[in-house]
Design a protein around this ligand. Structure first.
Ligand code: SF4
Length: 173
């Protein structure tokens, strides 16, 4: 029988899993870590509320000081002009902004994901990761996150820790 390929390196996921353990094993909640809280909530069936994970629609726009309506600032790290819509508050309504293709794409949930993400066992929780991390020049945003292996590692780790906690066991047993 052929051997399964070795897991992809996920140094960022491993590091986050270690940080999660330190956070989770605190006897009381001293620090809120939104990424960990969101993943745990999604694993327990809650709806997503964050941009970094899950499948919740993103319905925010930015109004610049000159009145330009733009998509969220994080998109600017994908490529120059990525957040621009060509709309402004003097000539356009926010309903028009919601119909802008870039904004509308953020409302599609699972339908906006790459095929790999739609078939991914942790896809409902990961949600393809942060939208801006899915961008590839020439082909856009319909790709798994550049942190795919790290996200899968972290989601599976948190799922294991939640299951152990539910069973009342520790990481070593
Ligand atoms: S980015 Fe990777 S881990 Fe996340 S849903 Fe897509 S395939 Fe799954």
């Amino acid at each position: 029988m052929p051997r399964a390929p070795p897991p992809a390196p996920a140094p960022y996921g491993d590091w986050l899993a270690t940080v999660f353990d330190a956070w989770w094993d605190e006897r009381r909640l001293r620090t809120r870590v939104r990424l960990f809280q969101e993943i745990a909530a999604l694993l327990l069936g809650a709806p997503s509320r964050a941009e970094a994970v899950g499948l919740s629609p993103m319905a925010a726009v930015v109004v610049e000081t000159d009145g330009a309506i733009e998509q969220v600032d994080s998109l600017k790290s994908a490529y120059a002009g990525a957040a621009e819509t060509g709309l402004d508050v003097f000539r356009n309504s926010f309903d028009e902004a919601l119909r802008h293709p870039g904004v509308a794409a953020r409302q599609l949930g699972e339908r906006a994901l790459a095929a790999e993400c739609r078939g991914c066992p942790v896809g409902r929780v990961c949600g393809g990761g942060n939208y801006v991390h899915r961008y590839a020049p020439g082909t856009g945003f319909r790709h798994p996150s550049v942190y795919c292996a790290d996200l899968e590692r972290l989601v599976r780790h948190i799922a294991r820790r939640l299951a152990r906690t539910a069973r009342g066991t520790t990481p070593d047993n």
